[in-house]
Design a protein around this ligand. Structure first.
Ligand SMILES: [Cu+2]
Length: 146
């Protein structure tokens, strides 16, 4: 294949193609879902989203079948006090990534729809633009999380 033809193919593939040789354009890695500190309490999930596509993407909703509420939050230290606010969306530039991690952006999960504990498989539905990525991981106990 000529180099020129390859570029055209990648452009056409855009965000929706999954069969191109370079792998999917948007990937999720380092998924960590922590068990609630207290039975039935809220908890957090972390991951990294890589946007290898040719366009910026906007993550506009997170859902989990195992929790009634899933929100994107961002922690900040204000005057020595840790606060967090809800993020309506997170924009990731082309070729860039967004890390949801302790002390920064995170996913807040609350109102579990059934009992959850370490080992429970938790799914996260990551909505961006018109696309959806579904990932899952086993819930980790807090003591083994670090
Ligand atoms: Cu939070």
């Amino acid at each position: 294949m000529k180099p020129g033809a390859l570029i055209v193919l990648l452009t056409l593939a855009g965000l929706t193609a999954c069969s191109q040789d370079s792998g999917p354009p948007v990937t999720v890695s380092n998924i960590r879902i922590l068990a609630p500190l207290t039975q039935g309490g809220a908890t957090v999930a972390y991951f990294v989203i890589d946007n290898k596509s040719d366009n910026s993407i906007v993550v506009n909703q997170i859902r989990s079948p195992q929790f009634s509420r899933a929100e994107m939050h961002e922690s900040k230290i204000d005057d020595g006090i840790s606060t967090m606010r809800r993020l309506e969306s997170v924009t990731i530039a082309q070729g860039s990534m967004a890390a949801f991690e302790a002390g920064g952006k995170h996913i807040m999960l609350s109102d579990a729809t059934a009992g959850v504990s370490p080992g429970t498989t938790i799914s996260l539905e990551i909505h961006f633009d018109e696309s959806l990525l579904i990932v899952s991981a086993a819930m980790q106990s807090r003591s083994s999380a670090n």
